[in-house]
Write a protein that binds this ligand. Structure first.
Ligand code: BGC
Length: 480
C-alpha cells in the first residue's frame, strides 16, 4: 500500500478520535468533580445537594447520551458524518462552558445533559466516520483508535481531578478543560473530507474521489469507487428507513450490534470504571489516596491493553480476541467472587487479590469487548441505513450502561448473603459485592455462547463485502 495514503489516513483517524477522548474525559471527570461540588453547594445550604441530586449530577450524562444517540442517527445519513461531528464539537464546548461556569446545581445539570447529548452523538459518529474512510486491512486498528482515545480520556480525567482536588472551586476547571479537545476536534474535522461512502450515496462522486485521494492508496481508488457504486446500485430497491433493519436479511446484524453492546455493559465494566475506589475501600484499603492510586493503575492497564488490541485486531481477528477477552474476564470475576465470599478468612490479602483481579479483568476487557463492540457495530450495517442503525445500537449501549450504573450499589446489597457483610476497621458493615461479581461472570459465559453463535468475523472484508453477505441471506457465523 502507498506510504503516503497510509500515513494520511492515520492522521485523519486520529483527529476524529478526539471525539473518543471527549467521551472518556467527560464520563470520567465527574467522580472527582462531584466531591468538590458537594462541598461547595452544601456550604451554601444543605438542601442543595441531597444524595438524589448527586445521583442526578452523575447520571444525567448517560440519559443525555441515550437521547443524543437516538436523535442523530438519521441526521448523520442526511447531512453527512463530518458535519455532525463538527456540530457535536460545538455542543461539547457549550456544555462544558455551561457546567464550568454554573452559578448553581441546576446549571451544572443542564450543562451535563448537553455534554451527554454530545457524547451520545460522538460515540457512534466517530467509529462510523473512521470505519468508512479506512482501508480494510487496517480498519480494525483505526476504528479502535477511538477506544484508545476513550481510555486515555478516562485516565486524563483522573489526573485532572487529582490536580485540581485542592483548588478553590476546582470543579470548574475540571469541566472547562473539556473545551480543549472539543476545539481540536471541531477545527480538525473542518479540514477533513467526509467519507467517500457517504459522499457517493449522495451522488457526490467527484468529492468522493477527492476524499479517496486523501485517504487511500492510489492503486486502490478505482476499485473502491467501483465497489461502492455497485453496492449503491444493488441497494436501489432498499428503503433508507429504519424498518429495513428489521427485515429478515438484516436480523443477524441487528442481533449482533445490540447483543455485543449488551455484553459489553452487563459484564460490569462500568462498575469498575465508576466505582473502583469504592470496591478497593471495601476490600480493605484505607483513606482516599491508596484506592485512587490503585484506580489509576487500572486506568493505565486499560490504555496499554487497548494498544495491544489495536496491534492484534487485524491480525488475529475480532472473534478470537472476543473469546480470549471474555474468558479472561470470567476468570477474574470468579476469583473476585470467591475472594469476597471468603473475606473474613483472607483478611488483609483480600485487598491485593481484588486489585490483581480487577487489573486482570480490565486488561481482558480492553483487548476484547472494549474496542470490538464499537468496531463490529461500525462494520455490519448496510450503507443506506448505517447511521440510523448505529445510532440504535449506540442508544442500547448507553441504556445498558445506565441500568448497570444505577443498580450496582443496590445489586450488591440485594445479592449479599446475610452474614457475609464486610466489616471495616471502623466497625461499619458494607454489603458484599461477591454476588454482583458472580452475576457478571455468568453474563460473561453467556457472552461466550453468544459470540460462538452470532458473531461474524469481519477481519479482512470490505464493508461492501459484509453487506453483500447479508444480502445473500447468510448467517453471521458463515462470515469468516
Ligand atoms: C465502553 C464504556 C467504558 C469504556 C472503558 C467503552 O468501550 O463503552 O462504557 O466506560 O469502554 O474503557
Amino acid at each position: 500500500m502507498d506510504k503516503k495514503g497510509n500515513k494520511n489516513v492515520y492522521i485523519v483517524a486520529t483527529i476524529a478520535a478526539f471525539g473518543g477522548l471527549l467521551f472518556g474525559y467527560d464520563t470520567g471527570v465527574i467522580s472527582g468533580a462531584l466531591l468538590l461540588i458537594k462541598t461547595q453547594f452544601a456550604a451554601q445550604g444543605a438542601k442543595q445537594m441531597t444524595p438524589e441530586l448527586q445521583e442526578w449530577v452523575v447520571s444525567v450524562v448517560l440519559i443525555g447520551a441515550m437521547a443524543g444517540a437516538l436523535i442523530s442517527g438519521k441526521l448523520a445519513d442526511i447531512y453527512g458524518r463530518k458535519r455532525i461531528i463538527i456540530t457535536t464539537a460545538i455542543v461539547f464546548i457549550f456544555g462544558s462552558a455551561i457546567s464550568g461556569l454554573a452559578p448553581n446545581v441546576t446549571y451544572i445539570i443542564t450543562g451535563r445533559i448537553i455534554i451527554g447529548v454530545a457524547i451520545g452523538v460522538a460515540s457512534f459518529t466517530v467509529p462510523l466516520y473512521i470505519s468508512e474512510i479506512s482501508p480494510k486491512k487496517i480498519r480494525g486498528a483505526l476504528v479502535s483508535l477511538n477506544q484508545l482515545a476513550i481510555t486515555i480520556g478516562i485516565f486524563v480525567s483522573y489526573l485532572i481531578d487529582l490536580g485540581f482536588a485542592n483548588t478553590h472551586q476546582g470543579w470548574r476547571w475540571m469541566f472547562i478543560i473539556g473545551v480543549v479537545p472539543a476545539v481540536v476536534l471541531g477545527i480538525g474535522m473542518f479540514f477533513l473530507p467526509d467519507t467517500p461512502r457517504w459522499l457517493m450515496s449522495k451522488g457526490k462522486d467527484k468529492e468522493a474521489e477527492l476524499a479517496l485521494v486523501k485517504t487511500a492508496a492510489p492503486e486502490d481508488i478505482e476499485d473502491e469507487l467501483t465497489s461502492i457504486k455497485q453496492l449503491l446500485l444493488s441497494e436501489k430497491n432498499n428503503k433508507s428507513t429504519l424498518s429495513e433493519l428489521f427485515k429478515p436479511w438484516l436480523r443477524p446484524a441487528l442481533i449482533i450490534g445490540i447483543g455485543l453492546m449488551f455484553f459489553q455493559q452487563f459484564t460490569g465494566i462500568n462498575t469498575v470504571i465508576y466505582y473502583a475506589p469504592t470496591i478497593f475501600q471495601i476490600a480493605g484499603f484505607h483513606g482516599d489516596f491508596a484506592p485512587i492510586l490503585a484506580t489509576s493503575l487500572v486506568g493505565i492497564v486499560n490504555i496499554v491493553m487497548t494498544i495491544v488490541a489495536i496491534w492484534l485486531i487485524d491480525k488475529w481477528g475480532r472473534k478470537p480476541l472476543t473469546y480470549l477477552g471474555l474468558a479472561g474476564m470470567v476468570v477474574a470475576l470468579v476469583i473476585l467472587g470467591i475472594a469476597f465470599n471468603r473475606a473474613e478468612a483472607l483478611g488483609s490479602s483480600l485487598k491485593w487479590i481484588s486489585v490483581g483481579s480487577i487489573i486482570i479483568y480490565i486488561g481482558f476487557f480492553a483487548i476484547s469487548l472494549g474496542p470490538i463492540a464499537w468496531l463490529i457495530m461500525s462494520e455490519i450495517y448496510p450503507l443506506k441505513i448505517r447511521g440510523m442503525a448505529m445510532s440504535l445500537a449506540t442508544f442500547s449501549n448507553w441504556l445498558f450502561n445506565f441500568i448497570v450504573a444505577k443498580t450496582f450499589l443496590t445489586l450488591t446489597r440485594v445479592l449479599t448473603i446475610p452474614g457475609t457483610e464486610i466489616t471495616g476497621t471502623d466497625g461499619t458493615h458494607s454489603p458484599n459485592p461477591a454476588g454482583a461479581f458472580w452475576l457478571f461472570a455468568f453474563m460473561g459465559i453467556a457472552g461466550l455462547v453468544f459470540t460462538y453463535f452470532y458473531m461474524p468475523e469481519t477481519k479482512g472484508h470490505t464493508l461492501e463485502e459484509i453487506e453483500e453477505h447479508w444480502a445473500k441471506g447468510k448467517t453471521a457465523r458463515m462470515l469468516k
